[in-house]
Design a binder for this molecule. Sequence first.
Ligand code: G3P
Length: 218
Amino acid sequence: MQFFVDTAEIDAIEELAATGLLDGVTTNPSLIAKSGRDFMEVTKEICDLVDGPVSAEVVALDHDTMMKEAEVLRRIADNVCIKVPLTIDGLKTCKALTDDGTMVNVTLCFSANQALLAAKAGATFVSPFVGRHDDNGFDGMDLIRDIRQIYDNYRFETEILVASVRHVNHVLESALIGADVMTAPPAVIKALFKHVLTDKGIEGFLADWEKTGQSILK
Ligand code: G3P
């Protein structure tokens, strides 16, 4: 499963990129606003930091303006992935861009039928929002299971990018279901490394090592 980080904070992206485990980045207008940075400038910096796809979202609601915005965004770098909302105009834009060889992430997906439409529009990625699904009394992971089943039934190549990930169990379940990608805030990715027994084990080993009086580096 590929790991994307869902942020526009350069420091956090740099830190995770240094682990070698980061496959891409997703942003959205809310994350850009939170960063307080210029959209074009920060997107360019992110694209220079990672080799994988960097999602940058259009804000227009009509197809013609979405295409114009996408044209500006895709000139930023080769690894820009244009993010469009799951609407009729968004999917029309998705079809035109992917037919032209541009990566597209169809966002704000909340039903398996919407995901089916995104795949038919040739989306590179579809982003079902599991956390927001849970917030509204549904089970976000059931949505991922349904999309996986449909995509496998028809051998769609659109990758399932699990978004609105709030905790480590969303990541675990996504991996068990066979989602292609998950995007999570830096704190959730960092929490994946943690286990109380790992910390306790290190503590015990170091205490015993000290008793030997040895050192590996002379
Ligand atoms: O990847 C989508 C994400 O940014 C939305 O997350 O937590 O605002 O639902 P959240």
